[in-house]
Write a protein that binds this ligand. Structure first.
Ligand code: GDP
Ligand code: MG
Length: 257
């Protein structure tokens, strides 16, 4: 069996440029089912057993736009063994928002810090080791445009895929959120794909309508979850969805320092 790796990132972060560099001419272009979003898959140069999929560009993993749905469904159904999350270093804070969400899914992630040529041009450097430690995953700097670091990023992803290495889950949320999430996880265990228990718990905490529908919880259980959510909201004096978004941004801010 070959290894499947997915390429995820915001629009315009350089996904297609990286994909082309990694696959050369060995690519297959089709369409994602049900949407008019191009689907590209290919074999990594010199690694015939590794298939890489260029996911649609997205800013978040909430299943609202068709691009987000396609990306999330691909990850959850095809279960790529590793994800290369490409981030545009010139816009790193916004890009890392998606990163925190990808990590909630629990797949091994390699962060390809792209457009490093622009950073160098400014005479700056990025401390990759520090960044990787703060984010709890492997970071590689690349210039997809110049073909620098691309194969190294792919090699790191293949290594994670082979060894099923998960980074340490970063501490994104505070105590009261984690407390609510733990209760929600406990309540939905066995009702959702266990691999994504945490992701479902976060979405249900946010009262995500689509996910509520998808999971199909009965009224009794919803009421029970609602109690944990409102307890946390009261404590934090904010609504659940904003609490999650706010804590993601605060976490990114702390990483950037
Ligand atoms: P996608 O939307 O994520 O698929 O992004 P693209 O691969 O289409 O790239 C978006 C733009 O960024 C294009 O104009 C690329 O040439 C440019 N780009 C991609 N990678 C790099 C890079 O490493 N350095 C620089 N300077 N530009 C890049
Ligand atoms: Mg593209």
């Amino acid at each position: 069996m070959g290894i499947k790796i997915a390429l995820a990132g915001n629009p315009n972060c350089g996904k297609t440029t990286l994909f082309n560099d990694l696959t050369g001419s060995a690519q297959y272009v089709g369409n994602w089912p049900g949407v008019t979003v191009e689907k590209k898959e290919g074999k990594i140069k010199g690694r015939e057993n590794v298939t890489i999929t260029d996911l649609p560009g997205i800013y978040s993993m909430s299943p609202y736009s068709s691009e987000e749905k396609v990306s999330r469904n691909h990850i959850i159904r095809e279960k790529p063994k590793a994800i290369i999350n490409i981030v545009d270093v010139t816009n790193i804070e916004r890009n890392l928002y998606l990163t925190t969400q990808l990590m909630d899914l629990g797949h091994p992630v390699v962060i390809a810090v792209n457009m490093i040529d622009l950073v160098r041009k400014r005479g700056d450097t990025i401390d990759l080791e520090k960044l990787g430690k703060a984010l709890g995953c492997v970071c590689v700097e690349i210039s997809a445009l110049k073909g620098e670091g691309c194969l190294e990023a792919a090699a790191k992803a293949v290594a994670l895929a082979k060894h099923h290495t998960h980074g340490e889950r970063p501490h994104v949320f505070g105590g009261s959120v984690e407390h609510a999430l733990a209760h929600i996880e406990e309540s939905i265990e066995g009702k959702v794909d266990g691999n994504y228990l945490r992701w479902y718990a976060i979405k249900l905490f946010e009262r995500d309508e689509r996910v509520r529908e998808e999971v199909g919880l009965d009224q009794e259980l919803l009421k029970h979850l609602e109690k944990h959510i409102t307890d946390c909201e009261r404590e934090m004096d904010d609504d659940a969805e904003s609490i999650i978004a706010d804590q993601r941004y605060k976490y990114i801010e702390s990483v950037m320092q």
